[in-house]
Design a protein around this ligand. Structure first.
Ligand code: FES
Ligand code: MG
Length: 572
């Protein structure tokens, strides 16, 4: 710190009018002059607190713990809000606004006098949006997740978000009354924190830990556990040293770090949304990863964590069993142990002492919870740029299957027809939904695990093959093919599927094909007319214009890469 002038001094260290302006208004907060003299690194605390993002609604309190740590280590903390995306409320889908939030984060960090930043993340999209934005600036940055909820209890059973889908089916078939349904709502969300299974929020918290962007145990300490505040305090202390060490994001986010993260996600049976977000983050850093890396590095790794939706238990239980370090230790021989992390130590150092306290929760590499995990990437004439499926959440008997397509042109047609007793569908059919991709919906919503027809649920059918260009909640499960690219709305082959066509899925051989001739495919392609979408202004218009496809991370084309942290001009 002594030899390198702090970035914040480009504001606070100025003489004359500029320095006056940058400092004077800050002093209305009661801040003494010596805080601006360049001795204390300025730490931005990027906070996604919002009452409309209930998973992050405890972040005011958590930010206070971060500040105590920053002060203790000799830093100067300044908290700022950014757009906060609440998965459960935002229509048509929070994913539509991930890139918008990332722009807010990027510009807020770059434009302001800070030397390092704590990224406070929780609910699904709050993590990738903050990490993507920060990556395009590249200051020393440390992610602090808010932690999972305590597991819910309903009628004597442990419950969490993955039960929403089961409750919905039971409600539909009359096994749960309206009163019981409402009781279950309150029972499920009984504590602060994000979703209790290894859904997208916990997948993202594990992603940042495995990338080396968060302190060990970030992924699993429950939000309500006082040790989460201890972690916040330690994160505040550590970021001050990261500034002194100039430990910027590019030193941590190497190609090897991304490969580690893919392997760890496989060991956890993490969300398919991981693929989109990790790809987008890598592209911000200029690191080249593509869908084949996800398949290649996942294929080596079995399911180690016995956590919903791929397994039986909850992230809270995983913490008591040893947390992410204990899971990572089981796959240690495949990990790049030399990757540096935010605490200044390597991944190998961080997991070397990790212990498993419960083999029901954490399997071993030799005796895993399931042999297959991770993400399988499919190719074929239905998805020339790829599609994905999560084998650990699928039904083994459907992984190789050919069936008759039942097509829904869009979500409205699906909703109108799915429970029609005359719908020509049985358990061997393949359900196909179009126009739920990045541009088609727009925003690529989590509707890919579309519910089964009531008449088949009543017969006791639990799973069918479902194919779409949309996403699925990280808490979802089933034999669900997602992220078909290119999407149907821009004339990807998914657009040409017709009722009654045969579709062949072969997960072991990574194939997904529409069984029609090349001539027939060409004929249908020639007849394709894109639907015109009713958006001609505002952010959604920008989104439709600039968004790239699922295999590229659904980022905006103009956001790929970084602009660094330098700002050449002053404000007055
Ligand atoms: Fe926020 Fe699940 S709804 S993490
Ligand atoms: Mg989700």
């Amino acid at each position: 710190m002594k030899d390198k002038k702090l970035r914040s001094q480009e504001w606070y260290g100025r003489k004359g009018k500029d320095g006056f302006i940058y400092r004077s208004w800050m002093k209305n907060q009661g801040l003494p002059h010596h805080l601006f003299n360049g001795e204390k690194p300025v730490i931005g605390i990027c906070n996604t607190y919002s009452e409309l993002t209930p998973c992050n609604a405890h972040f005011r309190d958590l930010a206070e713990a971060v500040k105590r740590g920053v002060w203790e280590a000799g830093g100067f903390p300044l908290e700022f809000p950014v757009m906060s995306l609440g998965e459960c409320s935002i229509k048509p889908t929070a994913m539509l606004f991930r890139n918008l939030a990332s722009m807010d984060v990027e510009e807020s960090i770059r434009a302001n006098p800070m030397d390092g930043v704590i990224l406070m993340c929780g609910c699904d999209k709050t993590t990738p949006s903050l990490v993507m934005g920060a990556a395009s600036v590249n200051l020393p940055s440390l992610v602090l997740s808010g932690g999972p909820m305590l597991v819910g209890r309903f009628k004597g059973k442990k419950i969490g978000t993955s039960d929403v889908w089961r409750f919905a089916e039971d409600f539909k078939t009359g096994k749960l009354s309206q009163e019981e349904f409402i009781e279950a709502e309150a029972a499920m969300s009984r504590s602060i924190g994000h979703c209790a299974p290894m859904g997208t929020a916990s997948t993202m918290a594990a992603m940042v830990e495995s990338l080396g962007l968060a302190l060990p145990d970030n992924a699993t300490i429950p939000a309500a556990d006082s040790r989460r505040k201890v972690m916040a305090h330690m994160a505040g202390m550590r970021i001050v040293d990261m500034v002194k060490e100039d430990l910027t994001m590019d030193k941590i986010l190497t190609k090897k770090a991304f490969e580690n993260s893919i392997m760890v996600n496989a060991a956890l049976g993490g969300s398919t949304n991981f693929i989109l977000h990790l790809t987008a983050i890598a592209k911000r850093m200029g690191v080249d990863i593509d869908l084949t890396d996800f398949d290649h590095f996942s294929a080596k790794i079995p399911l180690i964590a016995n956590v919903q939706p791929s397994g039986e238990h909850w992230v809270e239980d995983l913490f008591y069993a040893g947390g992410l370090p204990a899971v990572m230790r089981e796959i240690e021989k495949h990990l790049h142990r030399d990757c540096i992390t935010v605490n200044g130590k390597t991944i190998g150092d961080n997991i070397s002492q990790a212990e498993c306290y419960d083999r029901n929760l954490i399997g071993t590499f030799e005796h895993p919870i399931k042999p297959d995990s991770g993400i399988a990437v499919l190719k074929g004439n239905l998805c020339p740029n790829g599609a994905v499926i999560k084998p650990s959440a699928a039904s083994p008997h459907l992984l190789v299957h050919t069936g008759k397509a039942v097509v829904f042109e869009n979500i409205d047609e699906y909703k109108a027809k799915i429970d029609d007793p005359n719908l020509d569908i049985d358990e061997n059919s393949v359900m196909v939904m179009k126009n739920v991709g990045p541009k088609g919906y727009p925003g690529m919503p989590e509707v890919g695990n579309m519910g089964l027809p009531q008449k088949l649920l009543e017969k006791g059918i639990k799973d069918m093959i479902r194919i779409s260009d949309g996403r699925m909640s990280g808490t979802g499960y089933g034999t669900v093919v997602l992220h078909v690219s290119p999407e149907s709305a821009i004339g990807g082959p998914l657009a040409f599927v017709q009722n009654g066509d045969q579709i062949s899925l072969d997960v072991p051989n990574r194939k997904l094909d529409l069984l029609i001739s090349d001539e027939e495919m060409e004929k249908r392609k020639a007849a394709f007319k894109p639907e015109s979408l009713p958006y001609n202004r505002g952010y959604v218009n920008l989104f439709l214009d600039k968004v790239n496809q699922a295999h590229e991370g659904v980022d905006f084309d103009f956001l790929v890469g970084s602009s660094g942290s330098e700002v050449k001009r002053d404000s007055h």
